[in-house]
Design a protein around this ligand. Structure first.
Ligand SMILES: [Zn+2]
Ligand SMILES: [Zn+2]
Length: 277
């Protein structure tokens, strides 16, 4: 294994080592070390008070680079989440990315996972409305933020207890001009078990890639980079937009390889633009 006994720094204030450290210990045999002394919220927050610069990958890579510099370790790990509306506009959706930067080998490897993610937000004017929103937000397992308005000042964040939530609501209601109080899920990983589970899956994807050497240069991190469309229609045999194969790529050299995708060898005719337009 390429990272057996390696020191890997992780920049986090939000307890991500809880799910990532076991993955790096087994199967990689690496030692994950939490790098502190840096406020990751200065790189961007989910409460929108500090906007994130650059792409999600840039943000995760920046944290990995800081882990190397601040932790004095050869390899760094950073993680970043992104949130949006779910498919068909229902519910929330999260994409979690974990990026490893290995300066000695000159590589960057990313692991990704995505799925439904509770991300409830809204204005509440009464304790009944507050309780209803809290239930939809899967409180108290998931933490909440109470603020005066959607982009207004934060009254309290990281709320995990009902009496604390009610006190924050009362305080915000007294301060808000119109009596409306904005409440939303606290998306920080240690307060959001759904996110934490996705971060673990992204870490698993990363560890699988790191365990797969490039067939050409031997660098760790050989993995799926693209889908190749063209799965034949089960009825007429013409190519569809569904994936026929995956394109695997190296993170260091130009090696690329198409590998058949496991699963059914044909596509449902309802996706066929030839026989079922
Ligand atoms: Zn067809
Ligand atoms: Zn290679």
């Amino acid at each position: 294994m390429p990272y057996s006994d390696a020191r890997v720094g992780l920049l986090t204030q939000h307890g991500k080592e809880r799910v990532l450290a076991p993955l790096f210990a087994d199967p990689l045999g690496a030692r994950l070390e939490v790098v502190g002394g840096f406020d990751t919220d200065t790189l961007g927050t989910f409460t929108r008070d500090v906007p994130r610069a650059g792409s999600q990958f840039d943000a995760a890579r920046r944290k990995a680079q800081l882990a190397i510099e601040l932790g004095g370790v050869p390899v760094g790990l950073g993680s970043e989440g992104a949130f949006g509306a779910g498919p068909f506009g229902f519910g929330g959706w999260a994409v979690e990315l974990v990026v490893l930067v290995d300066r000695a080998r000159g590589i960057e490897v990313g692991g990704v996972a995505q799925g439904p993610c509770v991300h409830v937000h809204g204005v509440v004017a009464s304790h009944d409305e507050l309780r209803a929103l809290a239930a939809r937000a899967k409180f108290p397992e998931h933490g909440l933020v109470v603020r005066l308005a959607e982009d207004g000042p934060i009254v309290r964040k990281g709320v995990r207890a009902l009496d604390e939530l009610q006190a924050a609501f009362e305080e915000a209601r007294a301060r808000a001009d119109d009596g409306g109080v904005f409440v939303e899920n606290d998306l920080r990983a240690h307060l959001h078990p759904t996110r934490m589970a996705l971060i673990e899956l992204a870490g698993r994807d990363l560890v699988t890639r790191l365990s797969t050497p490039c067939p050409s240069c031997g660098a760790p991190g050989f993995g799926i980079a693209d889908a190749v469309p063209g799965l034949p229609c089960a009825q007429c045999g013409m190519p569809t937009d569904h994936a026929l194969a995956d394109e695997w790529a190296c993170v260091r050299c130009d090696a690329r390889e198409q590998r058949p995708r496991p699963g059914p060898g044909t596509a449902d005719p309802r996706w066929c633009q030839w026989c079922n337009p």
